[in-house]
Design a protein around this ligand. Structure first.
Ligand code: DMJ
Length: 554
């Protein structure tokens, strides 16, 4: 497997060697025929582009049939009605008994031991939306820059908007934003992984040789941009924006991002390319800033890169998934890339994101139908929509386990993989989850939201009730296997084993994302409409606004 960037670079190298030949031809006096060939090629290309541009409008003019993409056919924006019974059931799940008594203001909850805990010894920073009078950022410990931004800053900004602009949330958000900013004080402008809020100092992550993961470095702009907009303070805009300029400059032609960047040098490290852990929200946030041409280009290139290098079809032809690329040294010392047929649960955000992208970045008209018609989308939009639909199906297929919950990591069968058919009869399997063996990390379900997030988006964009059925099935599996009778929800150690064993941990994203997206799935379509709100990567809705500052890089 060739490295996506390298393959493009090889083409470029071939191009330059042709250039050299042209030069010697010119010297020998035979340049004219080549000039004509070149001219002809340019004309053919121009004609091709022109035809591609007019194909759809021409088809429409000639009355050629257009297709509705899968979904419930309507030509207008439907108003989905609320499913009250199911929505109420989700609301009940939010009411975690004893949470307030046991863990008010703490960063995490342990529903079995009825205790809260914090991410550092210095004390909590109120991640579960605990603000009131006691919220303090005077915490002398190393917090993750990204998590603090998406969970706390994003949560405060969303609360500010949704509360009808209660100033206490904005004051806290601004205080927190100013304490996070020093993380960007590096040679390159890429942030450091950790931040000490009390000392107002960025701290490199020793565990990863001082590198920061790409998702963490690049998933900060949305929150800081909105803070800049609300406070009129340009620095909040400029610092995270610089990150994107640096990443853009280090980008390979495929638009795919390695999962680590070096904050010092401002360059991608040779590391895995994947859409799961450490890569995921880089792609998610490219879509969010679609008003800016540069992000649109980065998004379009990356989605094409994903289709060219990562999208794979499973053995039976039924399931589409995205593989990972792992770097490895070849015999001649160069870096080669190995395709690994493995998909994190985290990747399940991509189905909904692609469908949303098809209706924005990939739309030919301002308001696309629900579901879109083929003549309303560009070819890329149509491609992304169809891939998105299939990826959601695959994510649902990975819920075909003993518990009905999906594992943290699904591996896909490939020809000649040597995997025993009795262990993995289907297209996909959980690695190492054998009878009597200790359950591997891959087999867990830690209350993650990505599949229900995509399902919610797909339902809003298609109106297809099957998505509500999918969401309800997942909710019921969570209720059945993760709910602790005394209150709260715990992670499950092996999704393919009943009765389940618990890990005594309720991640905050259960409430900020998983339950929230389920609630919205059953809500009527006027609640947080997708054309008026964007959801940050932790599920905090922020209103779409007209930026007063522009990006300033290309
Ligand atoms: C959340 O914290 C965010 O969505 C993040 O971007 C990655 N995924 C976790 C939940 O799974």
């Amino acid at each position: 497997m060739e490295e996506p960037g390298v393959r493009q670079r090889k083409k470029a190298a071939t191009g330059s060697s042709h250039g050299h030949e042209t030069g010697s031809d010119a010297k020998s006096g035979s340049a004219f025929p080549k000039v004509y060939v070149l001219l002809a090629a340019v004309l053919v290309l121009a004609l091709y582009n022109f035809l591609a541009l007019v194909k759809r409008p021409l088809n429409q003019f000639l009355g050629a049939p257009t297709r509705h993409l899968p979904g419930v056919r309507t030509n207008y924006v439907p108003t989905f009605t609320v499913d009250e019974a199911k929505q109420d059931a989700v609301v009940e799940a939010f009411k975690v008994r004893k949470l307030e008594r046991d863990a008010m203001g703490d960063d995490e909850y342990h529903p079995i031991s009825h205790a809260g805990s914090n991410l550092t010894k210095a004390g909590g920073i109120g991640i579960p939306a605990w603000v009131a009078d006691k919220l303090s950022f005077e915490r002398d410990g190393n917090l993750n820059t990204f998590e603090t931004t998406i969970r706390v800053l994003g949560g405060l900004l969303s609360a500010y908007h949704l509360s009808g602009e209660d100033p206490v949330f904005l004051e806290k958000a601004e205080e927190l934003g100013s304490r996070i900013l020093p993380a960007f004080e590096t040679e390159s402008g890429l942030p450091l992984s950790l931040i000490n809020l009390a000392l107002r100092e960025g701290v490199p992550d020793k565990d990863n040789s001082g590198f920061i993961s790409t998702a963490e470095a690049s998933t900060l702009q949305l929150e800081f941009r909105y803070l800049a907009y609300l406070t009129d303070e340009d620095t909040y805009w400029e610092k995270p924006e610089k990150v994107m300029a640096v990443l853009r400059a280090s980008e390979t032609p495929s638009g795919l991002a390695s999962i680590f960047v070096d904050s010092k040098m401002g360059r991608y490290q040779t590391s895995s390319i994947r859409l799961g852990s450490r890569g995921d929200s880089y792609y998610e946030y490219l879509l969010i800033n679609q008003t800016e041409l540069v992000y649109r280009e980065m998004y379009d290139t990356a989605m094409t890169g994903i289709h060219t290098h990562l999208v794979q079809r499973g053995l039976s032809g039924q399931l589409l998934y995205t593989a990972e690329l792992n770097p490895q040294r070849t015999q001649n010392g160069e870096i080669g890339w190995r395709l690994v047929p493995k998909q994190d649960h985290l990747v399940c955000f991509l189905g909904g994101s692609l469908m949303l992208g098809a209706t924005t970045s990939g739309a030919l008209v301002h308001n696309v139908s629900i579901p879109p018609r083929t003549d309303e989308l560009t070819e890329q939009g149509e491609r992304d929509w169809l891939t998105g639909v299939e990826l959601i199906n695959t994510c649902m297929a990975t819920h075909d386990t003993q518990t009905g919950l999906a594992p943290e990591i699904a591996h896909f069968r490939i020809l000649g993989d040597g995997v025993d058919n009795s262990v993995a009869p289907a297209d996909w399997y959980i690695k190492g989850a054998r009878p009597n063996a200790p359950p591997p990390f891959d087999a867990r379900y830690i209350l993650r939201p990505e599949t229900v997030e995509s399902i919610f988006i797909a339902f809003r964009l298609t109106g297809d009730p099957k998505y509500r059925d999918y969401g309800w099935a997942i909710f019921q599996a969570i209720e059945k296997h993760c709910r602790i009778p005394t209150g709260g929800y715990a992670s499950v150690i092996n999704v393919d084993q009943v009765p389940v064993e618990y890990d005594d941990k309720m991640e905050t994203f259960l409430m900020s994302e998983t339950l929230k997206y389920l609630y919205l799935l059953f809500a009527d379509s006027s609640v947080l409409p997708l054309n008026e709100y964007v959801f940050n990567t932790e599920g905090h809705p922020l209103p779409v606004f007209n930026p007063t500052i522009r990006t300033g890089f290309s």
